[in-house]
Design a protein. Structure first.
Length: 154
């Protein structure tokens, strides 16, 4: 498989997790963390059900991987997430030493990887995260638009 096909395959897994989040009444965001062996962590948005403002999909995937691997540093991993990480999630990504983030839809309001700010490029960080965007962006964005449109209609 070429790199674009690998990215598409893992983004599809993240999208499935986002769909699960929507079915649970959460904002549809899903995340999958992979290393050279495959999936090592997965998560979906759960702030509402967990009563936890930090229970974003990315954080849940990092927690899952930390438990599975018994490690708090997760180097040489790639995080696939359906929505551009916010600054809280990007902070966790940097602290976990994630090598690469691949996201689908941009978040012009709170996206920390280029849309609202470019926090991943701040020179004070002791770890550099590679960020790639736009993988299945239309589908990821459509999920969010549909979710919020349906919610507004009540």
């Amino acid at each position: 498989m070429n790199p674009a096909e690998v990215d598409a395959q893992f983004m599809a897994k993240a999208i499935a997790l986002a769909e699960h989040a929507a079915k649970c009444g959460e904002v549809p965001v899903g995340a999958v963390l992979v290393d050279s062996t495959g999936v090592v962590g997965e998560g979906w948005n759960q702030p509402i059900s967990q009563h936890d403002p930090s229970a974003h999909a990315e954080v849940m995937a990092l927690r899952d991987a930390g438990d599975r691997l018994q490690a708090y540093r997760l180097p040489e991993t790639t995080l696939y997430v359906t929505l551009e990480p916010c600054m809280m999630c990007l902070g966790a990504i940097i602290h976990a030493r994630i090598a690469r983030v691949v996201y689908g839809a941009a978040d012009p309001k709170t996206g920390a990887c280029g849309s609202a700010m470019r926090l991943h490029e701040h020179p004070s960080h002791n770890h550099v995260v590679q960020v790639d965007s736009g993988v299945d962006a239309a589908r990821c964005g459509a999920m969010l638009k549909t979710f919020f449109s349906t919610r507004r209609k009540g």
